[in-house]
Design a protein around this ligand. Structure first.
Ligand code: ADP
Ligand code: MG
Length: 322
């Protein structure tokens, strides 16, 4: 049997559901349910790399940072440290939950979590156009004060309850540190948790130093890049919808279960996938297929094991239908 390598990206919902407040018990329960859905891949002989989001968790870390400064005068940590903190905390939790799931299924495997740096290009145009909202909502006065003290950039929250939120750049990932180690570990049968929250963004400066970038990286784009670089066969994005749809939430809404590269790109360009949510996932899936990956799948975290669910994107689905 030819061994296959899968990269599975766990979305926010796989760890923390929208209707929950986010206690550790809730996160552990969701994570366990999600991981139970990955067991079939192991039973089919796949090697496995798991990546994950960190949106709500890093948001909480940023707010604790802020409260710590105000109440106890604790120095605020920059974004790269906060992302690394979130990788450590979430990665540890996934690792421990996975150990218990593996024991219940009688599967003997090592699980290892790597705090991962992801390379970006400091000349990426995103650095001049920060778009990604992070941290808490401030009043106008607080936002003005923070931007004069720290140089932070703020945008008004128009869709929600108002106020101002910090925006940071979201540059395109161009490399994953230690990808060869991730590949070796995974191909030896160890389950690797890596590139959490899209990775800690770093860049190489003109003197060849590794520097932190005050930015965040889209976790699906980083996961897809990692999947390509380690030559994974399949790339799974687990989120909170069982399929992708065209005309989503509009008249003429349709499930798309089998998609080829060209149709998916056409739907993306026609605007069927929302910018802040599904579009980057689709782009990540297309990037993976375009660089030689066999199949990208988008489905609901709790439904992966049931192959009736999930949208499967391949270069040429007529040939690849399974
Ligand atoms: P996660 O937090 O799991 O990474 P997001 O919330 O960013 O995921 O993206 C998933 C969301 O994308 C779904 O909940 C859905 O509302 C939205 N979405 C936008 N366009 C589409 C589409 N065409 N098909 C399916 N879902 C879509
Ligand atoms: Mg979400």
């Amino acid at each position: 049997m030819n061994k296959k390598l899968a990269v599975v990206a766990l979305g926010g919902n796989a760890l923390l559901r929208g209707d929950q407040i986010g206690t550790i018990e809730e996160q552990e329960q969701n994570t366990t349910e999600t991981l139970e859905n990955l067991i079939f891949l192991l039973n089919e002989g796949y090697d496995l790399v798991i990546t994950h989001g960190n949106g709500p968790q890093v948001g909480n870390i940023l707010m604790r940072n802020d409260a710590g400064e105000q109440v106890y005068n604790i120095a605020q940590m920059p974004l790269d440290i906060c992302v690394a903190d979130s990788q450590g905390g979430i990665g540890y939790m996934i690792e421990r939950m996975l150990r218990n799931v593996l024991i219940r299924h009688g599967i003997k495997k090592n699980v290892v979590c790597l705090v991962t740096q992801v390379l970006v290009d400091i000349n990426d145009p995103a650095f001049n156009d920060p778009q990604k909202r992070v941290g808490k909502i401030y009043t106008k006065d607080q936002a003005d004060d923070l931007s004069s003290r720290k140089g932070w950039i703020f945008r008004e929250e128009v869709k929600t309850q108002g106020g101002y939120r910090r925006v940071v750049p979201s540059p395109v990932p161009v490399g994953v540190m230690n990808d060869s180690i991730i590949s070796c570990l995974a191909r030896e049968g160890n389950i690797v948790i890596a590139a959490g929250g899209g990775g800690v963004p770093v860049y190489i400066d003109s003197e060849n130093n590794v520097r932190p970038a005050e930015a965040v990286i889209d976790k699906d784009l980083a996961s897809s890049l990692l999947a390509s670089h380690i030559g994974a066969d399949e790339f799974y994005i687990l989120t909170d919808v069982p399929y992708i749809y065209i005309n989503y939430k509009k008249p003429g809404e349709e499930i798309r279960e089998f998609l080829d590269y060209a149709d998916t790109l056409k739907f993306l360009n026609e605007g069927h996938f929302a910018k802040g949510s599904m579009a980057p996932k689709i782009q990540a899936c297309l990037n993976f297929i375009n660089s030689g990956g066999k199949m990208s799948v988008i489905t609901e975290a709790f439904k992966l094991a049931d192959k009736r669910y999930g949208s499967k994107i391949t270069m040429n689905y007529e040939d690849d239908r399974r």
